[in-house]
Design a protein around this ligand. Sequence first.
Ligand code: ATP
Ligand code: MG
Length: 244
Amino acid sequence: MTAAALLEVRRATRRFGGLLAVNDVSFTLAPGEILGLIGPNGAGKTTLVSLVSGTLEPSEGEVLFHGKAITALPAFRRARLGIGRTFQIMRPFPGLTVQDNVAVGALFGRGGSQLRVAREQARRCLDFVGLGAFASRRADELGGPGRKRLELAKALAMQPRLLLCDEVMAGLNHVEIDEVIAIIRKLRDEGIAILVIEHVIKAIRSLSDRLLVLHHGEKIADGTPDAVLADPTVVQAYLGRQRK
Ligand SMILES: Nc1ncnc2c1ncn2[C@@H]1O[C@H](COP(=O)(O)OP(=O)(O)OP(=O)(O)O)[C@@H](O)[C@H]1O
Ligand SMILES: [Mg+2]
């Protein structure tokens, strides 16, 4: 691995019974880099992110953060080290306020364990994603776009050095997508490395420094967005299907 890599995934494989959800995938992510992760439905994107966040263990292979193996660490320990993620299937605590949902993220992450401090941190994160006005509302009063922002705010409250975003733009309209892109760029400007799973090709192309493509669990391309999206293997595996 290069000295500069923040994250390195080394030959990661994850099986579910006989299914190879992630098959021998390696990649690195540098500090401040935005890596786009694309691939058809069921390609293994969420599974790969779960191997990095620690929600799932790899069947084989290793995950290194700051050059140290973290493969055996549970998710909460990885969160403390600075790995934050959003979830594709959003699960806010419905009875809690928007602010306290985010405060839970702060308690879980690098910041520490004082509730008052966590709430202050939550407030800053809500302002950052444009949800400040909803801080005292119940989380289940938010609509789809609001819940996406809440997922981002929860991950940010963990004060991540690496942020894993699993389809934070799904279901958003063009204006909302542009707003989320601006938020992600602002985070990168603060030095956070970001891995973005997204199906919206236009968004991922403009956002990503590099693109990685999964297909049937295997990495089939890794390079600049222009080169990857022009790659015939990618076009056939992914874009070709999209045009059906
Ligand atoms: N917990 C699980 N148990 C069994 N099979 C699983 C589990 N999680 C995922 N899979 C399977 O692993 C494969 C990869 O799933 P994954 O959710 O990682 O794909 P994805 O690329 O994120 O898809 P999508 O674009 O639909 O979100 C799929 O065939 C899926 O059905
Ligand atoms: Mg997924």
